[in-house]
Design a protein around this ligand. Structure first.
Ligand SMILES: [Zn+2]
Length: 514
C-alpha cells in the first residue's frame, strides 16, 4: 500500500517492524463470519459517521431537549472503554500517518481548540489518516481523526481549525452516545449490537478500512433523527471555540461554502459531505454568524503551510519538485518557505540527500530549532552516515525542547543507527513516561533493547505494541516470554501483574460483548 510505503521513507527501521506486526496480526486473526461482520461494522461505522443527513421531519415533535447530555445507556466511562478499543482497531487497519512532525502539529492545533471547549470529560487525541478523500471524524473517548486530504483542500489554518472544532463539539456534546440512545428508543440498532460490532471488528481487522469508506445508505432513517440538530449544534459551538482560540470565524463558511460549490453537481461526494451534509441553510447560518464576529489580522500560519506542504510532498505525494518550484514566487513568505521545504523533502525521498541539504540550508539557518527542518536534516545526515553531526544537532535541540516528539524520536533513531543503543533507551523511556501510547517510540525502544541483548525488556515492549494494536493474545505471549527471560523475582511479579491486567482487558471485551 502506498500509504505504508511512504511511511517507510520516514524511517525504514521503524516501519519494517510495524508492517510485520500488523501483517502477523492479520494472519493470526482470520476473519470469520465475514458477511455478518461486514453488516455489523457497516452499521457501526455508520453511527460513527452519522452525525448527518437527517430530514426526519416527521419525528421532530418527539425530539428531546438538545441540552441533555445522554447519560443513560452509555456512561462516560463506558464510552472511554469503547473509544480505547476502537482506537486499537484503527491502528491495526487504517493507513495512519506515523509522522511525528505532523502528529505534533495536529496535537498542538487540536489541544489549542480543546482548551476553549466546554464539557470536556476526557483527554483528546488527534491522529492523521492518509487518505485523499476530504474527511474528519470523531468518536468515543475524544479520538479525532483527520484525513491528509482535508488539510490539502483547505486554504488557511482557520479553515482547517473550523473542521476540527466542529468535530470536537460532536465529542464534547456526546452526540454519538445520544444518537445511539435515540436509535435504541426508536427500536433501531441495539446497544449490544454496536458494542458487539466493535469487538468483532477487532477480530477482523481487514474489514476496518473497507467499512471506513463504506456507505451509510443501509442504515435506517430512524437512527439518524437528531443528526441535523447535532450538526447545527456542532456548527454553532464550534464557531465559538474557533473565535476564542484566535482563529478567523470566516474559515468555516469559506471552507464549507467552497466545498458545497465544488461538489454541487458531482455524483461522487467526499466522505465529509456525506456525513456532514451541507444545506444552503447551514452555510447561510454559518456565514451570518461569522459576519458578526471579529476576524484577526496577520495570523502566523507558517507551521500550517509547512505541515500542508509536507503532506503534499511525503504523504499524498501529489506535488513534484516542479509544482513546488512554481510556488517559490508566491507573495506570502510562509508559502515560499513551505515550497522550498517541499522541494527538500521530494529531493530527499528520491535519494538525493546532497540536493536536499542545499535546498534546506537557508531554512535551517533562519530557524535552527524548527522541528520541521530538524527532522528533514536528521534524515539527510543519517542517509550520509554523518552520525556525529546528527547527534550534535539533535542533542542541542533536545536540551532546549525535551518534550518535542519529533526531536526525541529522531534523536533516539539516530542514536540507535550510530550504535548508541543505551542513549536511545534513556531517551525513549523518558519520553514514554509522558506519552505511553506512541507506537514509534515503543517500536524504537524494542529495537534498542534487542541491540543491547536485553531480551526480557524487548519482549515487554513488543507486548506493549501488540496491545496497542488490539492483539491481546500476542501481547500476553510476549509477556510470558519476557517473564521466562527474567531472573529477578521483583521483575517477574511486575510482569505477572501486567499479564493479569491484559487478561482483565480481554475479559472486559467479553463482558461488553454480552
Ligand atoms: Zn458534523
Amino acid at each position: 500500500m502506498p500509504s505504508q510505503l511512504q511511511i517507510i521513507e520516514y524511517s525504514g527501521l521503524i516501519i519494517r517492524n510495524l508492517l510485520r506486526l500488523s501483517y502477523s496480526y492479520q494472519q493470526i486473526n482470520k476473519p470469520r463470519r465475514r458477511m455478518q461482520l461486514q453488516k455489523l461494522i457497516s452499521a457501526l461505522f455508520a453511527l460513527f459517521f452519522a452525525f448527518s443527513c437527517a430530514q426526519a421531519a416527521s419525528q421532530q415533535d418527539r425530539l428531546p431537549d438538545i441540552g441533555t447530555a445522554g447519560g443513560g445507556a452509555l456512561s462516560v466511562e463506558r464510552e472511554q472503554i469503547m473509544g480505547d478499543l476502537y482506537m486499537r482497531q484503527i491502528r491495526a487497519t487504517a493507513p495512519l500517518v506515523a509522522d511525528p512532525v505532523l502528529a505534533e502539529y495536529l496535537r498542538d492545533l487540536g489541544l489549542r481548540l480543546v482548551r476553549e471547549a466546554e464539557g470536556i470529560r476526557f483527554p483528546f487525541t488527534f491522529f492523521w489518516v492518509n487518505q485523499k478523500d476530504i474527511n474528519a471524524f470523531a468518536f468515543f473517548g475524544g479520538h479525532v481523526g483527520i484525513n491528509t486530504g482535508l488539510i490539502a483542500e483547505t486554504r488557511n489554518e482557520s479553515e482547517l481549525a473550523s473542521v476540527i472544532s466542529h468535530e470536537i463539539v460532536h465529542v464534547s456534546q456526546r452526540h454519538l452516545a445520544r444518537q445511539i440512545e435515540t436509535s435504541q428508543n426508536n427500536g433501531g440498532l441495539a446497544l449490544a449490537g454496536v458494542l458487539g460490532a466493535i469487538i468483532l471488528g477487532m477480530v477482523s481487522p481487514d474489514l476496518g478500512m473497507a467499512a471506513l469508506s463504506g456507505s451509510i445508505g443501509g442504515i435506517q432513517q430512524s437512527q439518524l433523527n437528531y443528526s441535523r440538530m447535532f450538526e447545527q449544534e456542532a456548527d454553532r459551538i464550534g464557531m465559538d471555540i474557533l473565535v476564542r482560540s484566535g482563529f478567523d470565524p470566516q474559515g468555516a463558511p469559506a471552507f464549507f461554502g467552497r466545498l458545497a460549490e465544488k461538489y454541487r453537481y458531482s455524483s461522487k461526494l467526499p466522505e465529509m459531505l456525506r456525513t456532514h451534509p451541507l444545506s444552503e441553510n447551514r452555510i447561510a447560518d454559518t456565514r451570518q454568524r461569522a459576519d458578526l464576529l471579529p476576524s484577526p489580522i496577520n495570523r502566523d500560519e507558517r507551521r500550517y503551510w509547512l505541515a500542508k506542504y509536507r503532506v503534499y510532498a511525503r504523504h499524498l505525494q501529489s506535488h513534484t519538485e516542479q509544482t513546488f518550484r512554481q510556488q517559490l514566487s508566491a507573495n506570502d513568505p510562509a508559502i515560499v518557505a513551505a515550497a522550498r521545504y517541499g522541494i527538500a523533502i521530494v529531493q530527499l525521498d528520491r535519494g538525493d540527500a546532497e540536493a536536499a541539504e542545499r535546498t534546506l540550508a537557508p531554512l535551517l539557518t533562519a530557524e535552527p530549532r524548527n522541528p520541521f527542518f530538524i527532522d528533514v536534516q536528521a534524515d539527510i545526515l543519517l542517509k550520509q552516515q554523518r552520525y556525529n553531526e546528527a547527534l550534535a544537532m539533535l542533542e542541542q535541540a533536545y536540551l532546549r525542547l525535551p518534550n518535542e516528539q519529533t526531536i526525541t524520536l529522531n534523536y533516539a533513531n539516530v542514536a540507535l543507527e550510530a550504535g548508541q543503543a543505551q542513549l536511545a533507551v534513556d531517551l525513549l523511556r523518558a519520553y514514554l513516561q509522558k506519552e505511553s501510547d506512541n507506537v514509534l517510540a515503543i517500536d524504537l525502544l524494542a529495537n534498542a533493547y534487542a541491540k543491547l541483548g536485553k531480551t526480557s525488556e524487548m519482549y515487554e515492549q513488543r507486548a506493549a505494541l501488540y496491545a496497542l494494536y488490539g492483539n491481546f493474545d500476542e501481547a500476553i505471549n510476549n509477556l510470558h516470554n519476557a517473564y521466562k527471560q527474567n531472573g529477578s523475582e521483583l521483575e517477574q511479579r511486575r510482569l505477572q501483574a501486567r499479564i493479569d491486567q491484559l487478561l482483565d482487558k480481554k475479559r472486559q471485551l467479553a463482558a461488553l460483548q454480552r
